[in-house]
Design a protein around this ligand. Structure first.
Ligand code: KPL
Length: 292
C-alpha cells in the first residue's frame, strides 16, 4: 500500500517507520527531520531497532492509497485543505482530541477513518525516533459499524507488524480516549509533572473528576461510557505511562499552542450541563497560552 504519513513528529515517524517495513511510505513533516530522513533514512531505536528508507518531504504528495494524519489537532483544518488537492483512497486520523475526522471528511472525497494509538514515541534528534512503548492502533468508521476500507487498512497495518484492532464502536473508544486526555493532559501541563504524579493524592482526584465529567457528556451525546469506566481507564493509563511527560506538558514547556480546544475545550463546548472541572482546566491552559 502507498501510505503518506502527514505529521511526521514522534508518533507519526514511529508509525511511518513501522509501516515502511512492509509498505511504500512517504513521511510528511518538518525540516531538519525530513531532510535527514531523505538523506540517510529513518532510524528507529528502543523497543525495536531498525532502519528504513521511506520517502520524506515537507508538503503532501499528489496521491496515496492512504493518508495517515498525525498532526496536532489545531493543524487539522490546514492539513485537510492540503489533502483536498491530493488523490486519496482513504484517510485515517490517529490524532488526540475530538472533531478531527469531521474536519477531514468535510474537505475530502475519500472515506475517513477514526483511530486511536497508544504506541509511545519520542523524537530524539533529526532522523531518529525512539520507540518507547509498544501499544495498539484501534481504527474504524468514526460513526461506528464496519467498513471494507477499515478492514483493508487494518490488514495493511497488521501486515506491517503494527498491533491493530478494527473496531465497530469507535464513538465509544474516541470518548474514552478523550476522557483520559481530558483527565491527564491539562493537569500535568499546568502542574508541570509527569503522568505518574496523578496516581494518588490531589492529582488523582482532579483527574478522576475531569474523566467523570467527560463520561457524562459522552452519555449526553448518546455514547455509552460509564463514569467509573472513564476513571478506571485514566488510572490504567497513568500507571502505564507514569514516566511520560504528556504531549500538553511538552507543548507548554516549548511555548507551543496546545490541543486544549480539541480536548477539555471540546468537552466544555459539547456539554449540556456545566462541567466546571473541564472549564477551569480549559481557562487555565488558555491563560498560559496567551502569556507565552
Ligand atoms: O495521549 C497522551 C498524551 O500525552 O497526549 C497520554 C495518554 C496522556 C500519554 O502521555
Amino acid at each position: 500500500m502507498d501510505i503518506a504519513v502527514v505529521g511526521a513528529g514522534s508518533l507519526g515517524s514511529l508509525l511511518g517507520g513501522l509501516l515502511a517495513r512492509e509498505h511504500d511510505v512517504t513521511l510528511v513533516g518538518r525540516d531538519p527531520h525530513m531532510r535527514r530522513v531523505a538523506a540517510e533514512g529513518l532510524r528507529v531505536a528502543g523497543v525495536e531497532q531498525f532502519r528504513v528508507t521511506p520517502a520524506a518531504r515537507t508538503d503532501v504528495p499528489d496521491s496515496a492509497d492512504l493518508a495517515v494524519v498525525a498532526v496536532k489537532s489545531h493543524d487539522t483544518a490546514a492539513v485537510a485543505d492540503q489533502l483536498a488537492g491530493c488523490e486519496l483512497g482513504a484517510c485515517l486520523s490517529v490524532q488526540n482530541g475530538m472533531g478531527n475526522e469531521a474536519t477531514l471528511a468535510a474537505a475530502l472525497d475519500c472515506p475517513v477513518l477514526a483511530g486511536t494509538c497508544t504506541y509511545g514515541a519520542r523524537l530524539d534528534e533529526p532522523g531518529t525516533v525512539a520507540f518507547t512503548g509498544r501499544g495498539e492502533v484501534v481504527l474504524g468508521p468514526p460513526a461506528g459499524g464496519r467498513s471494507e476500507t477499515a478492514e483493508r487498512v487494518g490488514a495493511a497495518f497488521g501486515g506491517a507488524g503494527v498491533e491493530t484492532t478494527v473496531a465497530a464502536d469507535m464513538p465509544r473508544r474516541l470518548w474514552a480516549k478523550l476522557a483520559v486526555n481530558a483527565a491527564i493532559n491539562a493537569a500535568t501541563a499546568l502542574a508541570r509533572v509527569e503522568n505518574g504524579a496523578l496516581a494518588d493524592g490531589p492529582g488523582a482526584a482532579l483527574a478522576a473528576d475531569a474523566a467523570r465529567e467527560t463520561a457524562r457528556v459522552a452519555r449526553e451525546q448518546g455514547v455509552d461510557l460509564a463514569d467509573e469506566r472513564a476513571v478506571e481507564l485514566t488510572r490504567q493509563v497513568v500507571r502505564d505511562t507514569a514516566a511520560n511527560r504528556s504531549s500538553m506538558l511538552q507543548d507548554v514547556e516549548a511555548g507551543r499552542a496546545t490541543e486544549i480546544d480539541a480536548i477539555n475545550g471540546y468537552v466544555v463546548a459539547a456539554a449540556d450541563e456545566p462541567v466546571p472541572v473541564n472549564e477551569t482546566l480549559t481557562r487555565l491552559v488558555r491563560t498560559r497560552e496567551r502569556a507565552d
